[in-house]
Design a protein around this ligand. Sequence first.
Ligand code: SAH
Length: 249
Amino acid sequence: MYLVGAGPGDPELLTLRAVRLLQRTEVVVYDHLVSSAVLDFVAPSAERIYAGKRRNEHTMRQEQINALLVKLAQQGKQVVRLKGGDPFIFGRGGEELQALAAHGIAFEVVPGITAASGVSCYAGIPLTHRDHAQTCLFVTGHLKDGSADLDWPSLVRPNQTVVIYMGLGGLADICRQLMAHGAAPDLPIAVVQDGSIATQKVVTGTLADMPERVTREGLRSPCLTIIGDVVKLHDSLAWFKPETTATTS
Ligand code: SAH
């Protein structure tokens, strides 16, 4: 069993290892974040199983996915478990491997470019910069019972960049909490939709005005949020012109 990272969307960001495995696999089990352009690399003869997972719309529960992977491996099939970004960063890759390990199934892990890295590059926002940030935090803004459960004091320290995965639903709450814990209302923030693919959209603003901007722009999932002074660099470093990018080539 191969647990493979598919990167943020642009198929050019796949590793050679990922492409080789996709081209010869018998089965691929993939998540909703895997782009269709990446799936184009899967062997035409391979069985494709969609394992879903969008907020509030879990096509398969995690235990069902684990059981499916175990079953396929026990059938002796060549299986690629394909996940958006990197499988070990907010991807539950570890949980799936624990299920395999418990059944004595051998596996290999192929890293992918995680959203923080791929999306920030395509948005022209360096996550660290000697003048602005010496630390970078990756956190998940996934909400439990309607409120974001984050370590707020650690997120408002100076000279750092905070990258929030899965933060769109809770964005207003996150901005409010950061300001309540001492962050400046004019702290720069960017929300990037569909990073690295043709539909990429970057919206920049401040903690104070971002929730309203995001609503006005009609952003939708997946979105990555980047907070910190480095966001100012977007104006001069944005290089990716999504509207001129073909989705297949
Ligand atoms: N394992 C993945 C993350 C899975 S969590 C990785 O390493 O990237 C899913 C979250 O990742 C999304 O809600 C979004 O915040 C972020 N994400 C993934 N791909 C993205 C993309 N192309 N553009 C913007 N955000 C993305």
